[in-house]
Design a protein around this ligand. Sequence first.
Ligand SMILES: [Zn+2]
Length: 255
Amino acid sequence: MNATTGTTGSTASTTSTDRPRVTVTTSWDDGHVLDPRLAALLDRHRIPGTFYIAPRNLELSPAERLPAVGIRELAERFEIGGHTLTHQRLPRLTDAAAAAEIRSGRAELEAITGRPVTSFCYPRGEYTARQVHLVEQAGFTLARTVRRGSLTPGRALELDTTVNAYAHRVDGPLALRLAAGRPWRAARLFLSWDELAIHWFDRCLREGGVYHLWGHSWEVDARGDWSRLERVLAHIAGHPQVAYRTNGELLGLAA
Ligand SMILES: [Zn+2]
């Protein structure tokens, strides 16, 4: 492939020699006191990430919430993204209340970090079409959902992901499909999200695309999955042909 022919378009699947065809990004939700432990793992493997933080998350006790000093420290090495102020389920709110949650969460994070916050994540992945506009009106240029199983980012304000660091029961049929009908292989993919995460990465290396791993530090901890996470990070790290990006840096790749 002649590099000079790859001058137009900038997609993840380009095969020009001067542009990587595989992009890896990670994101971590909620703003939990265990986030720095997860960040240290990302650091060790030189993998960037976006931490979506609801600074007054009502689903966490005050002691579980990452304090402002912790958010500020994360912001020095990672992207910080909005996740509403109190982690509300947006479709249950009026437009005015949803807009206030989205905007005030962003304002608080910007006050804490002193940096612009331009990526957003819908709490629990729940949102309506109107709320996509509210997120955009609040100044966000990118927003992540919880949809999995994609190697393309999709729309910038409804970003798809590849794999969650969590064993979902609904992954059974998907595992069988991915394993091309081989039951033993499917069982391994079904039982271990780390197997599934590695399977998706290897496929992304072959086919090109954007590989997006996401999760929650508290969930990794609660399920005793730190070594699984470390195994996945070690597997996806350090590939010279891969571009490692924050979520916000996907903007040029999203539709
Ligand atoms: Zn969340």
